[in-house]
Design a protein around this ligand. Structure first.
Ligand SMILES: Nc1ncnc2c1ncn2[C@@H]1O[C@H](COP(=O)(O)OP(=O)(O)O)[C@@H](O)[C@H]1O
Ligand SMILES: O=C(CO)[C@@H](O)[C@H](O)COP(=O)(O)O
Length: 483
C-alpha cells in the first residue's frame, strides 16, 4: 500500500504526441507515480493516428506507474480534441483517426459554413465557425473521399471517448469535448439534429453526453489494465478543458498553452459565439464556457526550425527586422489552412539565432493576437495586469517564456505542475469520490503555484511588423504551395 493520505486517483492525458498518466493522492494532490508513452502521427498531407496505439500507450504509461495504479479508486481520461474516431460493429477502428491538425478537410469546412447559413449561423448555433480541425468537417471529408469507410462506421467517437469506452464498455462523452465537434448545439446543450442530418450522420452512432460530476461508468472486466473491476470512471474531457480544471481556473484568468498546438483560453460565464471564427466557443467540463483560440504551429514548428538551423532551441538572438511566419502545417489562427512557412527580411548579416527568435515571435504573435477576443471586452473578472498562466511543454523553455513576456507585456506565471491536463483529469476523478467541484479540488491542491515573471514593456514594433507582413502576404498564404 502507498503512504498516501487519501484515496489514489488516476488522471490521463492522451495528447497528440503521447499518453501521460499520473497517480495522484486525492487528499493532497501529490503525484505519487507517473508514466508516459509516445504516439505515432502520420506526416505528409494528413495527420492520422491509430486509436489502438493510444490504448497501448495507456497500458505502457500505467505500467510505468507501478503498483500505485492498482490502488486507484477512480480514473479519468483527458484527450486531444476534435479527432474523428470511426468504429465498426465490433468497436474496432474502421481506419486511423483523423486528427485536429489534419487540414485536408478545409474545403469541407468552407462548404459546410456556406451551406448552412454562414459563419453567423454556426457561431450562434454551435459556438464556433467550423475550421478544418472540427470533427464535423472530417466526417464530411470522409463522406467525399472514403464513402466505404463511412458506410462501415457503426460508432463515432472523440479520442477521449474511445479510451473511456474501452475502460467502461459504454459509449460516453462530455460537454467539453463534444463542444468541439461542430454537431453539438451550445444554446440547447443537445446534439444538433439539423446539422447531423445535413452531414448524413445518424445520432444513434454518437455517445451519450455525461453531465459534469456524473459517473461515466465503471471499469469492466478483461481490459488488461492495472485497475480493479468496478473502479469509477469520470466523464473525462478534451485536453484544454482538462487543463482548465487542472489549474482550478476562475473566469477571466487567461491561459496560454504551448504544446503540439498553441492555445489561449479563459473560463467564461457567458456562452461564446464569435462569427469571425477566431475564437472557438467551447464548453468547459464544469458547466461554464471556454472561449479558445488554437494554432497548429507551436512547439513542433519552432523545434523544426531549430533543427534545420542546427541550433539548440534556446540559442535565440534578438532581431528587429526579420519576420518568420512558422505555418509549416498550414494554420488555423489565422485561418490559413493552405499556408506554408514564410520568411521576410533576410539579409547577409542575419544570424541563425535571429531566425530562430523570429520563429518564436511568429508563433506567439498568432496566439496573443487572439487573446483580447478570447477574454471579451467587458467579461467579468478580466484584469489586463493579471498574470498570463503559461503551461504545456514549451512553458519549460526560457526562450518561450521570454517571448511571451515581451510580446504580451503582461506578468507571466509558470505553474510548477508539469502535466496540467492529466492533473485536471485526476481532479475530475477525485471529485467523483469526494463530491467536490473538480476545479475546487485543483485549487485545494494548489496546482497553479509557480513563479511569476514581472511584466516588461510590450514589444509593439515586433507585433506591428508581423501583422503587416501577414496582411501583405495574405494572397500567397491563402493560395499555398501545394498543387
Ligand atoms: N524544456 C523544454 N523547453 C522548451 N520546450 C520544451 C521543453 N520540454 C518539452 N518542450 C516542448 O514541449 C512539446 C510537448 O509539449 P506537450 O504540452 O507535452 O505536448 P502535447 O500535450 O501536445 O503532446 C515538445 O514538442 C517540445 O517542443
Ligand atoms: O485542437 C485543439 C484545440 O481546439 C488542440 O489544442 C488539440 O486539443 C490538441 O492538443 P495538444 O495535443 O496540443 O495538447
Amino acid at each position: 500500500m502507498s503512504a498516501a493520505e487519501g484515496p489514489l486517483v488516476v488522471g490521463v492525458d492522451s495528447s497528440t504526441q503521447s499518453t501521460k498518466a499520473l497517480v495522484v493522492d486525492a487528499a493532497t494532490g501529490e503525484v505519487v507515480a507517473s508514466g508516459q508513452a509516445p504516439h505515432t502521427v502520420s506526416s505528409g498531407a494528413g495527420r492520422e493516428s491509430d486509436p489502438r496505439q493510444w490504448w497501448e500507450a495507456l497500458h505502457e504509461a500505467l505500467r510505468q506507474c507501478g503498483d500505485a495504479a492498482r490502488e486507484a479508486a477512480a480514473v479519468s481520461v483527458g484527450g486531444q480534441q476534435h479527432g474523428l474516431v470511426t468504429l465498426d460493429g465490433h468497436g474496432e477502428p474502421v481506419r486511423p483517426a483523423l486528427l485536429w491538425n489534419d487540414v485536408r478537410s478545409a474545403p469541407q469546412a468552407r462548404r459546410l459554413t456556406e451551406e448552412l447559413g454562414g459563419a453567423g449561423f454556426w457561431a450562434e448555433r454551435t459556438g464556433s465557425v467550423p475550421a478544418a480541425s472540427f470533427t464535423v468537417t472530417k466526417w464530411a471529408w470522409l463522406a467525399e473521399h472514403e464513402p466505404e469507410a463511412l458506410r462501415a462506421t457503426k460508432a463515432v467517437r472523440l479520442p477521449h471517448d474511445y479510451l473511456t469506452e474501452r475502460l467502461t464498455g459504454v459509449g460516453t462523452t462530455d460537454r467539453g469535448d463534444v463542444s468541439g465537434t461542430g454537431w453539438w448545439a451550445s444554446a440547447t446543450e443537445e446534439y444538433d439534429e439539423e446539422i447531423l442530418a445535413h452531414v448524413g450522420l445518424d445520432p444513434a452512432l454518437l455517445p451519450r453526453v455525461v453531465r459534469p460530476g456524473e459517473v461515466a461508468g465503471t471499469v469492466r472486466d478483461g481490459h488488461g489494465l492495472p485497475f480493479a473491476k468496478g473502479t469509477l470512471v469520470a466523464p473525462g474531457t478534451g485536453d484544454n478543458a482538462a487543463a482548465a480544471l487542472g489549474l482550478g481556473l476562475r473566469p477571466g484568468t487567461p491561459v496560454l498553452s504551448l504544446g503540439t498546438s498553441g492555445t489561449v483560453y479563459a473560463v467564461s460565464k457567458r456562452r461564446p459565439a464569435d462569427p469571425t471564427g477566431t475564437v472557438a466557443g467551447f464548453a468547459d467540463a464544469h458547466g461554464d464556457w471556454l472561449p479558445l483560440a488554437c494554432t497548429l504551429n507551436c512547439t513542433l514548428a519552432v523545434d523544426r526550425l531549430a533543427a534545420l538551423l542546427g541550433l539548440d532551441r534556446e540559442a535565440v538572438e534578438p532581431t528587429s527586422d526579420l519576420t518568420l511566419l512558422p505555418y509549416l502545417d498550414g494554420e488555423r489562427t489565422p485561418n490559413l489552412p493552405n499556408a506554408s512557412g514564410l520568411l521576410h527580411g533576410l539579409r547577409h548579416d542575419t544570424t541563425a539565432g535571429q531566425l530562430l527568435q523570429a520563429a518564436y515571435d511568429g508563433a506567439v504573435h498568432s496566439l496573443l493576437g487572439a487573446l483580447d477576443l478570447v477574454l471579451g471586452k467587458e467579461d467579468e473578472g478580466t484584469d489586463p495586469s493579471a498574470p498570463l498562466l503559461l503551461i504545456g511543454g514549451g512553458a519549460r523553455g526560457a526562450a518561450w517564456q521570454q517571448t511571451v513576456r515581451r510580446l504580451s507585456g503582461r506578468p507571466v506565471q509558470i505553474p510548477e505542475a508539469k502535466e496540467l491536463v492529466a492533473l485536471g483529469a485526476a481532479a475530475q476523478a477525485a471529485g467523483l469520490l469526494t463530491g467536490e467541484d473538480p476545479a475546487a479540488v485543483a485549487r485545494r491542491w494548489n496546482t497553479a503555484r509557480g513563479p511569476v515573471l514581472d511584466a516588461v514593456e510590450r514589444d509593439e514594433a515586433t507585433l506591428a511588423r508581423i501583422t503587416g507582413v501577414l496582411s501583405d502576404a495574405a494572397p500567397l498564404l491563402e493560395r499555398g504551395t501545394r498543387a
